[in-house]
Design a protein around this ligand. Structure first.
Ligand code: C2E
Ligand code: MG
Ligand code: MG
Ligand code: MG
Length: 283
């Protein structure tokens, strides 16, 4: 049953939303055509170490340049792709392209630099499909990319579905060194007890709990999330950091990593390489 009370109250948008109408443009045929026409692309947002300010990786975020609708946000089309089943074909393309970009950074990176991870968002339906974990590992093998530099982002609600396939995929991935991140932490419905049961490596504090922080406003939820992560032995990343005040507040409370417009908006793979990857010396 629906065990566990909501840990925190917040508006949930994006993945997992049920959409029952108007989604024809994201049908499997349309998405296949869009992929063939090169309408989809990935942007990457750096994950920054709060002490030192260097990038430790990037999150892949998908975009759709639609011929008649213009640039469509993933918060709009991903739920439609979930509802129509086209997320399966799109998700596999996202996995392949994300790993290809990360392998390129790895190849060009200076050997002294820190290895850069790539974070890939998985939607509920992908994670619950047989063979998802095997596919991610096969793509790593094909690209020669180390699985321990891959992070799969899953929302609380997706973890909540206790389907056998979800568990199997997560076990297979973690067994190969892939890290599992809980995205949008605080906006779902996991109980504290459940958090200690699931196979998890990273907590990402939802941007709604970061955006409230300013010179005279604390964020009790962000503070609790940082403490919880430490107690459970998990890494913690703050999402949506937009000001130095927020960054300092988080750093002072022991949050190690952040993403947000303060450091960079999502950018093309080549721009991430130019701005955030220490490349091999050409001298
Ligand atoms: P998310 O995974 O929680 O990604 C974070 C979102 O916050 C991204 O929006 C990012 O551009 C935005 N963001 C980052 N820093 C800031 C900031 O400082 N301020 C503000 N206001 N926003 C910030 P985006 O790219 O529109 O993606 C929205 C959601 O769509 C994602 O939330 C994720 O749930 C979903 N999504 C995006 N790409 C994919 C994908 O490849 N696969 C799947 N399944 N879902 C995806
Ligand atoms: Mg994410
Ligand atoms: Mg998030
Ligand atoms: Mg989000």
């Amino acid at each position: 049953g629906r065990a566990g009370k909501s840990l925190f109250e917040a508006q949930r948008v994006g993945r997992g939303k049920i959409v029952s109408h108007g989604g024809y443009y994201a049908s499997p045929t349309a998405v296949r055509d869009g992929l063939a026409n090169g309408e989809f692309f990935l942007w990457f947002q750096p994950v920054i170490e709060l002490t030192g300010g260097r990038a430790v990786g990037a999150e892949a975020l998908v975009r759709w340049q639609h011929p008649t609708r213009g640039l469509v946000s993933p918060t709009e089309f991903i739920p439609l792709c979930e509802a129509s089943g086209s997320i399966q074909v799109l998700g596999r393309w996202i996995v392949r392209e994300s790993i290809a970009a990360a392998e390129n950074w790895r190849r060009l990176r200076s050997p002294e630099g820190r290895p850069l991870s790539v974070s890939i968002n998985a939607s509920a339906r992908e994670l619950a499909s047989d063979g998802y974990g095997a596919y991610v590992l096969a793509e790593c093998a094909a690209a020669g990319f180390p699985p321990d530099l891959v992070r799969i982002e899953v929302t609380e609600t997706e973890f909540g579905t206790d389907a056998g396939a979800v568990r199997d995929n997560i076990r297979l991935l973690r067994g190969a060194g892939v890290l599992i991140s809980m995205d949008d932490f605080g906006t779902g419905h996991s109980s504290l007890a459940r958090l200690t049961e699931i196979d998890l490596d990273v907590i990402k504090i939802d941007q709604s709990f970061v955006g409230v922080i300013d010179a005279d406003t604390e964020s009790p939820v962000a503070e609790l999330a940082i403490k919880l992560a430490a107690a459970l032995g998990l890494d913690v990343i703050a999402e949506g950091v937009e000001t130095e005040t927020q960054a300092r507040w988080l750093r002072d409370r022991g949050c190690a990593f952040a993403q947000g417009y303060l450091y960079s908006r999502p950018i093309p793979a080549g721009e991430f390489l130019a701005r955030f990857v220490e490349t091999r010396s050409t001298a």
